[in-house]
Write a protein that binds this ligand. Structure first.
Ligand code: NI
Length: 174
């Protein structure tokens, strides 16, 4: 496994639509494993392939709390089959928007269909943090960030901070 560099906003690659995988082969399995390693090292609870510069519909998540058994999920071509009318609000962050957080409202439950690491079709019904996390990661595959779900005022404040942080980083490392 290898740790991959994570792309941070602003970056046009985070706004692109990712392509489905034809099947989960050795190459995609390696991508899934590398993404999990990258996510755990960050640390984070979810990561989508475009965040490591790969525009394919692949996500990994693990919402287990510290001290609990890890519960890694590797999903290719994830699709929301059904989402509840009931909503839930969670404070979200994103490895591509470091140190930025905002409350986001999403469906509280969702049924997801995906290909697992053995290329088998699976469905799960997710709720709570898992439902939010999977929906957040699927958004990445469509070029959508959590800040796209909040008010323009808050979004612009966060994006300005990130832009500034990036410029300072470039100056510091030039
Ligand atoms: Ni994210």
């Amino acid at each position: 496994m290898a740790k991959l560099p994570i792309i941070t906003a602003p970056d046009p690659r985070l706004k692109r639509i990712s392509q489905p995988v034809d099947s989960v082969d050795g190459e995609i399995r390696k991508l899934m494993d590398d993404m999990l390693e990258t996510m755990y090292a960050a640390p984070g609870i979810g990561l989508a392939a475009p965040q490591v510069g790969v525009l394919r519909r692949v996500i990994v998540v693990d919402v287990a709390r510290e001290g609990e058994e890890p519960q890694p999920l590797k999903l290719a071509n994830p699709e929301v089959l059904w989402a509840s009318d009931e909503e839930a609000t969670f404070e979200e962050g994103c490895l591509s928007l470091p140190e930025q957080f905002a409350e986001v409202v999403r469906p509280a439950k969702a049924r997801i269909r995906y290909l697992d690491e053995e290329d088998e079709i699976r469905e799960i019904e997710a709720e709570g943090m898992l439902a939010t996390c999977i929906q957040h990661e699927i958004d990445h595959l469509d070029g959508v960030l959590f800040v796209d779900h909040i008010s323009a005022l808050k979004r612009n404040m966060i994006l300005r901070k990130l832009s500034k942080a990036k410029k300072q980083h470039v100056l510091a490392t030039a």
